[in-house]
Design a protein around this ligand. Structure first.
Ligand SMILES: [Zn+2]
Ligand SMILES: [Zn+2]
Length: 224
């Protein structure tokens, strides 16, 4: 099976889940979010960090990771946090949500870059995309957009990640450019995964299921 297509399956799966639950808020989405955040963060530490720090000067790697964090903060001014799990619904806004769409696409495109056949990053992106796809699809339906707008939005959003992967794996880029982009993606992943984990714990209350989800995610990422 071609791993590069996994992120597309995540969006399709999210869409199917929303259809099956008939737009009702998906139960346990917070648990799924917590799991996905912890899983993405662990894979970033286990797989991406060593790769980037092996090829880049330490301080330079750190600088580009910070650039990634800042870039994601910047993107979220426009997406309002859709990459990490919340979109605000404006009932019956018939205009296409261009800002959310474009910032989500830039994010999705970049997160395709560190995916290779020889690493497991694709699983992190796959799991991270499922709850996001659920939330975005729910938002699109509840906002009353037309069906073709919703399909176009999801379709383009879905192909952005494989597009990034194909470019990073097949296009002859300037030597070192790929490692720099991967460092930026580390920053993006760190920002969204910490935000997901932070926002999934309401008022820092102890929640056994959430803790178990997080520990399981770390363990799976470690042994994968
Ligand atoms: Zn947020
Ligand atoms: Zn993402």
């Amino acid at each position: 099976m071609n791993k590069y297509l996994f992120p597309i399956y995540a969006v399709i799966l999210g869409f199917i889940i929303v259809k099956l639950t008939k737009n009702k808020p998906v139960k346990n989405i917070k648990i799924l979010l917590a799991f996905s955040g912890a899983f993405l963060m662990s894979l970033t530490f286990f797989e991406l960090f060593p790769e980037v720090f092996e090829h880049l000067d330490y301080k330079r790697a750190g600088l580009f990771i910070m650039i990634g964090v800042l870039f994601q903060i910047f993107l979220e001014f426009f997406s309002k946090g859709a990459e990490h799990g919340h979109v605000h619904i404006h009932k019956n806004s018939s205009t296409f949500p261009w800002l959310i769409f474009i910032s989500l696409c830039i994010h999705a495109f970049l997160e395709g870059f560190p995916i290779h056949q020889h690493n497991d990053m694709v699983y992190g992106v796959l799991i991270h995309k499922i709850p996001i796809a659920i939330l975005i699809t729910t938002y699109l339906f509840q906002s009353g957009f037309k069906n073709f707008q919703i399909i176009a939005f999801l379709l383009l959003f879905a192909i952005m990640t494989p597009l990034g992967t194909v470019i990073s794996n097949n296009v002859e880029l300037r030597p070192g450019l790929l490692t720099h982009i991967n460092a930026v993606v580390i920053g993006i992943f760190l920002h969204i995964s910490t935000t997901i984990l932070f926002e999934s714990s309401e008022g820092h209350k102890f929640n056994l299921n959430k803790i178990l989800a997080i520990i399981t995610a770390v363990a799976i990422a470690y042994f994968i």
